[in-house]
Unconditional design. Structure first.
Length: 300
């Protein structure tokens, strides 16, 4: 039986908190471009904790259940953390390759985007482009997922840690679908402002829903296999760290909404294929684990 009251409160709180922060930059037009961009990034980073705050609030004050219900004390199997860390870079690489294959963009070994950025930095011309490329790549694959995980935990504590289990009475596939749609709609204010799908404020909002359903299915598989929001947060953090890296290797001026990033349609192919593989190998839907397995913090 669905707990409609708790689900409704969760959605209301998470959307209200996050959307206020998402929309605040629209009132900052008096700031110079650099300051507004920095303020926007800060506000949107804080907004990522809207779902997490909603999950905590509803759990403690609406349902009056212990904090442990959010399962932050559970880690789950170590192998799933490797999936969470490494799968996003693989899917991103595939998206980049398909972007080139479909002719959406062209390879840029001159790294024009980086050079243009360095021209705006004091003494930037003295910095070797190769150093920037290597450092950005290494950071995206190593420390980047961990840094992004701090903010991603706010979302995953809500979407996978709270909402997904609440929707499970519908069945895993429907729970994944509906939680993904809600997650996608939650992004609407930032998409309308040009994030992820620049130039497509309306179409981009629907494209984001498709992306969130596909990515949400993969992260849901990780969560349901471990019962841990930490593995979901790591996967989300890895996605945010690596998603835009391929753009550095493509000539500027192409349609970024259609290729090059993990949110673009070129990445949907790889994500859909991986979900099909999970179903074909009977790894999804995830079989219910025993109580002891759920409580383990260091399996495999």
């Amino acid at each position: 039986m669905l707990d409609k009251k708790s689900i409704t409160w969760f959605i209301l709180i998470s959307f209200t908190l996050s959307w206020v922060l998402f929309l605040t930059p629209l009132a900052l037009n008096d700031l110079d471009e650099a300051t507004k961009k920095l303020a926007t990034q800060g506000l949107w980073a804080i907004a990522m904790w809207g779902p997490g705050v909603a999950a905590i609030t509803v759990t403690l004050f609406i349902e009056k259940k212990p904090f442990a219900n959010l399962k932050l004390n559970i880690l789950g199997g170590k192998i799933y953390y490797l999936w969470a860390w490494l799968l996003p870079p693989v899917l991103t690489l595939l998206s980049w390759m398909l972007t080139l294959l479909f002719g959406i963009a062209q390879m840029d070994m001159n790294f024009t985007m980086i050079r243009e950025f360095l021209d705006t930095v004091p003494n930037g011309s003295d910095i070797p482009v190769a150093v920037v490329v290597v450092s950005q790549t290494v950071q995206a694959l190593t420390i980047g997922p961990l840094i992004n995980m701090i903010f991603a935990l706010g979302e995953e504590l809500g979407w996978r840690g709270y909402l997904l289990p609440k929707l499970l009475p519908l069945g895993q596939w429907k729970a994944v679908l509906f939680s993904g749609v809600i997650w996608g709609v939650w992004h609407a204010p930032v998409i309308i402002q040009g994030h992820n799908y620049p130039g497509y404020p309306i179409l981009g909002s629907f494209m984001m829903i498709i992306f969130c359903v596909l990515l949400g299915a993969i992260i849901s598989w990780l969560y349901l296999s471990t019962k841990s929001p930490w593995v979901a947060a790591l996967a989300h953090g890895s996605v945010n760290a690596i998603a835009g890296l391929p753009v550095l290797f493509l000539k500027p001026g192409y349609d970024m909404a259609m290729g090059g990033t993990l949110a673009a349609p070129t990445a949907w192919i790889g994500m859909a294929a991986f979900i099909v593989w999970l179903a074909w190998t009977k790894q999804f839907p995830v079989q219910e684990q025993t109580e002891n397995a759920e409580q383990s913090t260091d399996q495999k």
